[in-house]
Write a protein that binds this ligand. Structure first.
Ligand SMILES: *Cc1c(COP(=O)(O)O)cnc(C)c1O
Length: 439
């Protein structure tokens, strides 16, 4: 009896939130089928939670570390300790973790620009990098690009089956090759995301040809999805954004570079100034959020992963191509759904927006976002503006009209958001309600 009344109450609550009865029943059925998958995710979160606590304990994080400095920021105990904690978590010699690194693109640009000199070449052996990096590298003309500074770029695409083109990579490595840049996540592409293990194979192959080459991994969206990180498989730099996974939803800004002493030192001299490096850079009042967010990051990432798997299972059942598919292993928190029409992408984003705790009443629209080569629609009602560890969706308005969905600080919110997308697609006539009830 109790079970029945609870279900009724939950269904009523969803009904008040605009979810119709057939959508509710369908989504509950999918949810109930995923308990084994969710259990596996919880196991990974448990290991990663302990990893983070251990790093904090081993580096003696104290109450004093949560305070900040102003001005030059000399002897900033909290900042310096946080960087040791990141180095411990990512198993690297050192790390640079700063609010002065404004976003993921900035962290990646910093890592690349500080570790190359004129005449060097950067090689991407995993195809085209993330859109915003095209301007950093100079694939698309931009002021201040690496190309302007005489750093060239070459690229080897993945093979059609998603494997590395080892022959092509071997041919592309030359005496100028200084950095190999490896993007873990698919970003705005439909290629598979790379597991840390596969990244390790690639690094081993490349180092076998040229041991001194620097291997950098764009780790955006990948942190804490697995129990190992790129530093565990030989990456010289692991780079990411704090308004994605490792910020745990609490970091309001920031990026990190975890890597070898030399790579991190180069980055620090570029971020601040030659001669100053890591010694300056006041943390202001931000450190508590950085520590607190990192502490929550393993379970927040797990919530986002559950949402992605839930979405894959729902949209896979409706017959839309989903990447990764419903049963695949996961190496990042992004879920792509290919709608094939702009309307599908737009309705989906409207649903995510309508589920948000902030700005739920606004309607997202496509716009020409800086750094992207087509209009992009973004849905997010986030506590931290633009944070994509919070429930969010975005998609470039160009064929094959794929929406990329990610985040969810809690699994319950991620679930509700996906349910709202289904409802939105039905309400907009993009999806047929009978497709839902007949399943
Ligand atoms: C988000 C992302 C970036 C850029 O990060 P921003 O914080 O948006 O500048 C780079 N690479 C990948 C794979 C990303 O997902």
């Amino acid at each position: 009896m109790k079970q029945v009344s609870e279900t009724t109450t939950k269904e009523n609550m969803y009904s008040q939130m605009g979810i119709s009865s057939p959508v509710f029943s369908f989504c509950e059925k999918i949810n109930n089928s995923l308990s084994d998958r969710f259990h596996e995710i919880d196991q990974i979160a448990e290991i990663n939670q302990l990893k983070v606590i251990k790093a904090m304990q081993d580096n003696q994080v104290s109450e004093a570390c949560l305070l900040g400095t102003t001005g030059y920021g000399y002897n900033d105990l909290g900042r310096d300790t946080l960087e040791k904690v990141y180095a411990s978590v990512f198993h690297t010699e050192d790390a640079l973790v700063r609010p002065q690194i404004t976003c993921g693109t900035h962290a990646l640009a910093l890592a690349l620009m500080s570790n190359t000199r004129p005449g060097d070449e950067i090689l991407s052996p995993v195809g085209k990098p993330y859109d915003t990096l095209e301007e950093v590298i100079g694939i698309r003309e931009s002021k201040g690009s690496l190309k302007e500074y005489g750093v060239s770029y070459s690229q080897v695409d993945l093979l059609p089956d998603g494997n590395f083109d080892f022959d092509g990579i071997k041919k592309a490595i030359n005496e100028r090759t200084k950095i190999i840049t490896i993007q873990r996540s698919k970003g705005y592409l439909t290629r598979p995301t790379l597991s840390v293990e596969r990244i390790g194979e690639l690094i081993a192959f490349v180092k076998n040809i040229k041991p001194e080459v620097i291997c950098m991994v764009d780790n955006c969206y990948g942190e804490f999805v697995e129990t190992i990180e790129p530093g565990d498989v030989g990456a010289d730099m692991t780079v990411g954004s704090l308004i994605k996974n490792p910020g745990g939803g609490l970091a309001p800004i920031g990026g990190y570079i975890a890597g070898t002493k030399e790579c991190v030192e180069n980055a620090a001299f570029r971020l601040t100034s030659p001669g100053l490096g890591k010694e300056v850079g006041a943390s202001l009042g931000i450190l508590n959020d950085f520590y607190h967010g990192l502490f929550l990051a393993p379970t927040v990432t797990a919530s986002a992963l559950k949402g992605a798997i839930f979405a894959a299972n729902i949209y896979g059942k409706f017959g839309f191509p989903v990447i990764p598919d419903a049963n695949e292993d996961r190496f990042d928190i992004i879920q792509a759904v290919q709608f094939g029409t702009p309307e599908g992408v737009i309705s989906f984003c409207k649903g995510i927006q309508a589920a948000a705790p902030v700005d739920s009443y606004v309607t997202p629209e496509p716009w020409a976002m800086p750094g992207y080569d087509s209009d992009v629609i973004m849905a997010a009602g986030a506590f931290v503006s633009g944070s994509s560890i919070e429930l969010s969706a975005d998609g470039p308005i160009k064929p094959p009209y794929v929406v990329y969905f990610q985040g969810g600080l809690t699994w319950e919110h991620a679930k509700f958001g996906i349910m709202k997308t289904v409802q939105s697609l039905i309400d907009d006539g993009v999806l047929d309600l009978s497709a839902c009830s007949s399943l």
